[in-house]
Design a protein around this ligand. Sequence first.
Ligand SMILES: *Cc1c(COP(=O)(O)O)cnc(C)c1O
Length: 342
Amino acid sequence: MIDLRSDTVTRPSDAMREAMAAAEVGDDVYGEDPTVAELEAEVAGLFGKEAGLFCATGSLSNLLGVWLHTQPGYEVLCDSYAHIARAEMGAHGALSGVTMRTWGSDAGRLVAHDALAMAAVDCRPYLVETACIEVEDTHNFGGGTVQDYDELQKLSSGARELGLATHLDGARLANAVAVTGRPLSDYGALFDTVSFCLSKGLGAPVGTVLVGSADEMARARVQRKRLGAGWRQAGVLAAAGLVAVRENMTRIADDHRAAAALAASINEACPGAVDESAVETNIVLIPVPGAPAVARRLAEKGLRISVLGPDALRAVTHLDVTEGECVAAGQVIGAELAAASA
Ligand SMILES: *Cc1c(COP(=O)(O)O)cnc(C)c1O
């Protein structure tokens, strides 16, 4: 079975399991888990931020990041296909009391001017006041799109001029960095808070680190506890996260090569089926009518990929699949697409 549904399906490596077994731990609600503290400090340092907060999921980290910058009755601006808007179960509205207004985009690509033009500042009592702008890099539903750093810079300086906070959903920022070659601190410099997943391409079993100022992380720690998500000897998980950050950042480019090979292999079996030039990182979008039925047939052939909608499938490469397996998977997918369109 080859599983290309997501880069979250990876199993912890031997090095991670060894680090987990050996981790020094303590009660993190009492602030006494040294391994959690080490992970939080190390990731914060990579971003040039004062502090970090280890969270169980990226959804929790995004929830806390946006919450820090908003209040009930205020709005956050984001892409209409943003993870925070589509995939977090309405948490920002249901739990933080904020509304969202969204911009449209080409494959999730940020155009700073369009985003900034939507801001409502000093418009009360006529309009909902904007508090925060959120950006995703890479863009998941856009197909792993890498944001143009110049646009991120324009967004950051524009937001600061307007007095708006910014949050970066960096669930796959490691993938963006593998393409731009920029250090994480270049991203930390632009955004007030960043959510950085360890359990996507970096391969940790669990966890995301939120980074920001020391004051913000102290407030987020209280809100995390309020949500029932304080944790105790979480150092066993943080230990795996440290291995992920230290060992797996540099190999992410392998996943991008595997995704390109997968797309080429699909097109070899079914010419023109996917847009190879749109494969920027580890995600391959496959447009096909009747996508759920195609996915079911692929599963019968030992290949799992995810259904993005009625007309689209998504394959994601990760550290538990080789480039050779991706080429083989591409042949199976391509043959299925060719049969479906025949
Ligand atoms: C996966 C993902 C998250 C976080 O997901 P969790 O399952 O809550 O860890 C956030 N943003 C994006 C863009 C993602 O792809």
